[in-house]
Design a protein around this ligand. Structure first.
Ligand SMILES: [Fe+2]
Length: 252
């Protein structure tokens, strides 16, 4: 599996706290069948994004874990003005492996009124926004028509694996299922922050998706689509199911 959302780098956000924790997380991911993991430190008003530190930490970790698992770089990108300006100047600073896919996280408390326009601008600058865990954001769940519009514009959606298993409550669990039923999930990732409460273990979520939606769907969401982000390859996906309906979008 390829995990495109994790906080495995120590001391730069609310993820791993020490080198030992980072190593434990990366080794756990490898033990759980993850061959590639993208480190996506937060870039928001609380945590400053430091590409040089990120690059150094990845080298340090990679040296210690060897070739059991490959660590890639990315960012958990928040839509605030400094981030946006900086990304327009240099998208590769924030995108996965410096290519086209950008993990975009919305705040729980407020979705900017201009969200659609901001996503459009990111697209215009050559980035493909991947909206992180919409199933865990009640505001996003309440604006399904916008999510459909964003996907039609070219944005993609990433669900957190543990949401399928109820780790983030019933609303997130139902939201994850509903989004997948509507062809509105393109990736499942761990969003790991530690080895205990939010571990980098995608085995349970993979098994669940394979059982409920079939193995080909699980392969697409946990392996094929995430792997495409590492090389910047195009991802093919179906229209959101709700968008196929002719009369009105009764989504929720
Ligand atoms: Fe995250």
């Amino acid at each position: 599996m390829v995990d495109i959302h994790s906080h495995i780098l120590y001391g730069i956000d609310d993820g791993a706290k020490s080198l030992e924790q980072s190593l434990a997380m990366v080794r756990m991911a490898a033990d759980c069948g993850t061959t590639d993991i993208v480190a996506t430190p937060h870039s928001d008003l609380k945590y400053r994004f430091q590409p040089e530190v990120i690059a150094a930490r990845i080298v340090e970790l990679q040296e210690q874990v060897g070739d059991r698992i490959k660590i890639h770089r990315g960012c958990d990108f928040h839509l605030h003005i400094d981030n946006l300006r900086s990304s327009y100047q240099d998208p590769s600073r924030y995108t996965i492996n410096g290519l086209r896919y950008l993990m975009v996280e919305f705040a729980d408390q407020q979705i900017p009124k201009t969200a659609t326009q901001l996503l459009q601008e990111l697209l215009a600058y050559g980035m493909t926004p991947v909206v992180t865990h919409p199933e865990r954001n009640k505001l996003l769940l309440g604006m399904m028509d916008s999510l459909v519009e964003w996907i039609r514009m070219g944005c993609l959606m990433q669900v957190t694996g543990q949401s399928f298993l109820g780790r983030f409550g019933r609303t997130a669990e139902a939201g994850a299922r509903d989004l997948l039923d509507k062809n509105m999930v393109h990736f499942v990732a761990s969003d790991a922050h530690d080895t205990e409460h939010r571990p980098p273990d995608l085995r349970g979520p993979y098994a669940f998706v394979a059982k409920e939606w079939g193995k080909p769907v699980a392969e697409k969401l946990f392996v094929e689509n995430p792997r495409a982000t590492l090389t910047g390859a195009e991802i093919e996906y179906e229209e959101p199911a709700a968008a196929k309906k002719k009369s009105g979008w009764k989504l929720w």
